[in-house]
Design a protein. Structure first.
Length: 356
């Protein structure tokens, strides 16, 4: 795509944490624009470490405001963060955007965050105030677009994309992966029984998963213990390379049908495809839009997971077929496509082509 350019736009983003959200929503697309010479880029709060976000001082906020042309904030719903947003806006008199990747109005009861994000809680009230204050909101899915229109008229969709496709590692047997964060306990229960039955039935199958929560695979029968592999906390900078080195053949993406999960992007599927896996996913919203069943992945109902797993285990040709086709689909999610979209949104907002 040809981008209209004048001088480089100075973009400053605030990432509340070193997380996958910050990586996919800020670092990856904006670094792509920087590398191609369209923007100058600075940030606060993202450096691939485990460091917790420390709020800038008033002096630092003033220096940031003087430097930038536009400022993008990730979501963090505390008073100090709202103050930082207000300070940047008042100091700079330039556009301030909020980027959102989750539906925090309907957090699952399974998640500890539900306690803080209740309808009458302070976090929700601060969040609503921020959404009304900023000049625009960038979201990752159409579901979030619709959700936030009652708070801000200027909503833009920039989906998540990916940058690299990795070469698969050769290995013996069949490796199944379930790589998730701590917010997926409810979803893991959908597949637990199927996984245990498959491991009992096929001694050449191994299961790899991130031990991000308790309540899943806590009681593993002794006869299949050697087939189950817990993965440690993975440093963000090395995450994709680490996954590639596991040599996973099948990636699982189950989702319970609720309003929290309906807002989720398709990034889990894209990550699996990056690492050349055949994907089985729940046919919910973005997963359903991304995967063409039987062509580049399987879409599984709650009672079908064992069936589709067995199909891929018994038929390596089908695994290869799905994987090869997914590489074609993955081209539609190249990060440069969405980086270009982000750039055009930034230009429109700076030029005042938005409604507030």
């Amino acid at each position: 795509m040809e981008l209209e350019t004048t001088k480089k736009i100075k973009v400053f983003y605030f990432a509340p944490e070193n997380s996958g959200v910050a990586f996919y929503r800020f670092y990856q697309p904006l670094e792509d624009l920087k590398e191609r010479g369209f923007i100058e880029l600075r940030s606060w709060g993202f450096d691939f470490t485990e460091k917790i976000f420390d709020f800038p001082s008033i002096k630092e906020l003033k220096e940031i405001a003087d430097w930038g042309d536009i400022f993008i904030f990730g979501r963090r719903d505390v008073k100090e963060y709202f103050f930082a947003i207000q300070a940047i806006k008042e100091f700079s008199q330039k556009p301030v955007l909020l980027d959102i990747d989750d539906n925090i109005f309907d957090i699952s009861p399974y998640l500890a965050a539900r306690v803080g994000y209740n309808p009458n809680g302070e976090a929700i009230k601060i969040h609503e105030a921020i959404t009304k204050y900023v000049d625009g909101i960038v979201v990752s899915t159409p579901f979030l677009d619709e959700l936030y229109r009652k708070y801000n008229k200027n909503i833009k969709i920039v989906p998540n994309g990916v940058k690299n496709v990795f070469i698969p590692k050769s290995h013996e047997g069949i490796n199944i992966g379930y790589l998730v964060s701590g917010s997926h306990l409810e979803n893991s229960k959908i597949i637990e029984g199927a996984i245990l039955r498959i491991l009992r039935k096929y001694s050449n199958v191994k299961f790899y998963y991130t031990k991000a929560f308790s309540g899943f695979m806590d009681f593993i029968p002794q006869e299949i213990e050697k087939q189950v592999n817990f993965l440690p906390w993975l440093p963000l900078k090395n995450y994709l390379n680490y996954v590639n080195n596991l040599g996973l053949d099948i990636g699982l993406a189950p989702l319970m049908d609720n309003y929290f999960n309906r807002a989720k992007s398709n990034i889990r599927v894209l990550e699996y495809w990056q690492n050349r896996m055949a994907v089985i996913a729940t046919p919910l919203d973005e997963y359903n839009k991304t995967i063409t069943h039987g062509f580049d992945g399987y879409l599984s109902q709650d009672d079908e997971w064992e069936h589709w797993l067995e199909d891929l285990i018994q038929h390596p040709d089908r695994r290869r077929y799905l994987m090869q086709n997914s590489l074609q689909t993955l081209k539609n999610y190249d990060i440069s496509i969405f980086a270009d979209k982000y750039y055009n949104i930034i230009r429109e907002i700076i030029n005042g082509a938005h409604t507030r």
